[in-house]
Design a protein around this ligand. Structure first.
Ligand code: ATP
Length: 308
């Protein structure tokens, strides 16, 4: 378990991380979200012992990071932002070097290297210098070095940054497969990533924790949660839609032409809306219940902070 209390980091007079407190249990895959400059990387660097906090405490299984850094770092795998590596080394040379640094020896090292290379699918580039690889392969090499010693805690700073959609999918699957019995913390700008991979979301803005709950709870915060959106095949009189019982508001998207009906608090309006549409024979092409729009909640949570 990771226990963080009142963590802060100042760079001169600037507060990058401001009084963060949270606990993370084994099995948690935490999505760490926040706008640019929110303090995600700084927090991750403090969790991994690369940066010393200005204030607060970090404990792993009851042991303070401050006084047990070397021992705790052995159980952490870290993919820093941008996945830095020694560019002139070959992929195999680099991973072998990291395995050595992680004190893996003999058969265990050979086995781990084989396993990780297969898992991250690096077989085709093993003898190529890292600097000549595509961005996607560089990220994968970064991921491989982070997991080589089978750490209990994985801290991944934007692991899918710069990957194409197929590679993103592959890395997410890999993170999910790796996550059993581990703590995984990933920072990302991709909101869909948290619903695809994480069971917990933490949002920070200006160094402060603004949200800490499940991805579903985040979606439920959206004003679109359980709204009904429909598209009509041609213009029709829709004024009555706003009068349906349980409907609080109606909006028409000028670009897409979609009509969205927002429910009153706690109401589920799909039934009355479909009844109305059928009864009035409205020319509806598509109609669905919204699950909540993450970009909208993210904006409202992080700009509340800016306004505060
Ligand atoms: N070494 C440093 N010296 C001074 N300021 C720093 C330093 N490192 C980070 N900062 C500042 O601290 C703030 C938080 O930076 P951080 O990199 O943690 O944000 P982030 O949430 O990871 O952002 P991004 O999503 O853009 O990677 C930023 O304003 C950044 O400029």
């Amino acid at each position: 378990m990771i226990c963080v209390k009142n963590l802060s980091k100042m760079f001169d007079q600037f507060t990058a991380v401001d009084d963060l407190s949270f606990e993370i249990q084994s099995g948690d895959i935490v999505g760490f979200l926040g706008p640019n400059g929110a303090g995600k990387s700084t927090t991750m660097k403090m969790l991994t012992g690369f940066l010393t906090p200005t204030g607060g405490t970090i404990e792993f299984d009851g042991q303070s990071l401050d006084s047990n850094q070397k021992m705790i770092q052995k159980s952490i795998g870290y993919l820093p932002e941008g996945a830095p590596a020694y560019g002139d080394m070959t992929v195999f040379g680099y991973l072998n070097f990291i395995a050595e640094v992680r004190e893996l020896k003999g058969d265990v090292r050979r086995e781990r290297l084989k396993e990780v290379i297969e898992k991250v699918e690096l077989q085709s580039v093993l003898n190529r210098p890292i600097e000549n690889l595509s961005k996607g392969f560089k990220r994968r090499v970064g991921l491989a070095q982070a997991i080589i010693h089978d750490p209990k805690i994985l801290i991944l700073d934007e692991p899918t940054d710069g990957l194409d959609p197929n590679q993103k999918h592959q890395v997410r699957r890999l993170i999910q497969a790796l996550s059993r019995d581990k703590i995984v913390i990933i920072s990302t700008h991709i909101l869909e990533e948290v619903t695809a991979v994480c069971n917990r979301v933490m949002i920070i803005a200006s160094g402060k924790l603004k949200f800490d709950d499940t991805p579903q709870a985040l979606q439920q915060r959206s004003r679109y949660y359980h709204a009904v959106t429909m598209k009509l095949s041609y213009a029709a009189d829709i004024s009555g839609l706003a009068e349906i019982e349980g409907v609080a508001d109606m909006e028409v998207d000028r670009v897409s032409g979609e009509v969205t009906l927002f429910p009153e608090s706690g109401q589920f309006i799909l039934g009355p809306v479909t009844d109305y549409v059928q009864h009035r024979k409205l020319p509806v092409d598509s109609l669905f219940v919204e699950q909540g729009r993450l970009d909208e909640v993210f904006r409202s949570i992080t700009t509340e902070e800016a306004a505060a």
